[in-house]
Design a protein around this ligand. Sequence first.
Ligand SMILES: *[C@@H]1O[C@H](CO)[C@@H](O)[C@H](O)[C@H]1NC(C)=O
Length: 462
Amino acid sequence: MLAGLLRDSLSRLTPRAVIHTLSYSLLLFVIFLVTARVARDVLISRRRPKHLQHYGLIKSNLEDQYDPKYDRAENESVTTPILIKALYIHPIKSCAPIEVRRALLTKIGFAYDRCFAVAVEYEDKWQFISQRTKPRMALIKQELWLPHAASDPGDSLVQAGGCLIVNFPDPDPPVWTERVQAIFESWSLSAMPEVRFTVPLLPGTAQIDELGLKLRDFIIHSRTASGLDLGCIPEVAAALPKLKRFLKVPERQSLTLLRCTPDTLVPTNKNLAPLKYIGTPAMHGYTDQQPVHIINLPSVHATSPLLPKENQPLSALRFRANMYIFGAPAYDEETWKRFRILPKAATTERRARVAPALSVVCRTSRCTMPNVNPDTGLFEEENAPPERKKGKPQPSTTLVEYRTVESGNPAALGYLGMHCVPEDSGFKEAIDQGADLYVEVGDEIEVIETGHHLYGSTGDDY
Ligand SMILES: *[C@@H]1O[C@H](CO)[C@@H](O)[C@H](O)[C@H]1NC(C)=O
């Protein structure tokens, strides 16, 4: 009987019927895909903070960072201008950076840079954590959302000056519904579930009282910093246990997120430039050393070939600078004492017509963090020699060998990049103009003084 049925249906399967069935199926499938895509876009746009706008670039200005056109050999005589290629901020210290096209320059560096830190409690002491011990922090992504002219002033996130949206891979085994949701939301079959939470940028006094937020002291390297403990904000509290598992923080240790406030900023006391230039010492929130960190792309290009083949090319992003520049010969920035940023970018947005000067205060002493691959959150080494299990860490081994400029600090793993402090005169001029002092990609660097830097940022020198 079965054979009879089969014969019957096969005889009705004319080429015409097959084409019809296939076209209908295809049409239904396309309608399904389009509907799903529209539904996803609606869902995602609804999840965005309603009264805020996203502040950050989607396409990176460093995409072509390895292009040989950014090569400039050491001591090469160069006639082209030195330009700003990319600008970055890192609101939560040690997490993935946010790239911007323009950044507001302040006495504490670029606005929103390193103003949050993650800390753990260990034997009754709170201590910040970084990629030095938790390399997976590189995979914690952050988005910055800020109010705009038409924002509703009654919205609590607008009152907080905006928010951070933080997301990281969910450390727990996914349930199939979460997997499907992740695929649907990211429109990618390989997508895995993520944890997301929103943090108010700077809770005001009313929000601080309402949420019961308290100041907490914690240690950043050798100094004690202080900040608002945001761990009891319900959305943050809900995400912290997963964040602990993601970072492999032991269960018995507490973990929290801290935010510096205008009252908890401290003046820098090392590598002070003469006050006749800077006016007042730089202030910092949670930066390690100094407010503005610059990296000259040609220096990274000159260092890259010194690495073992398997560790090339060297990504400039491993150095977590605020300002990536190009045009100067490799390592030339190590001789700069002061420079000015000429507002050359063709911009339509309002900003102060000021060329702010910055004092270059010291070389950047490197640690193990450049060894973390920013894309994978893993420490990297060179290939292991046959007699060993593991190769030497890179690029730090190469930096120690070729870029050690002082013998005063055995803990420094070589030097690359420079620390800078904005001088007060630029801020005064901007206030006189009633405009904000923005620095933009495409602005030009004019070196105004050169000299010798004896030590890195862990020494004390100018
Ligand atoms: C560049 O010039 C400096 C100072 O004159 C010198 O010490 C250095 O060896 C030079 N480097 C190269 C690669 O020529």
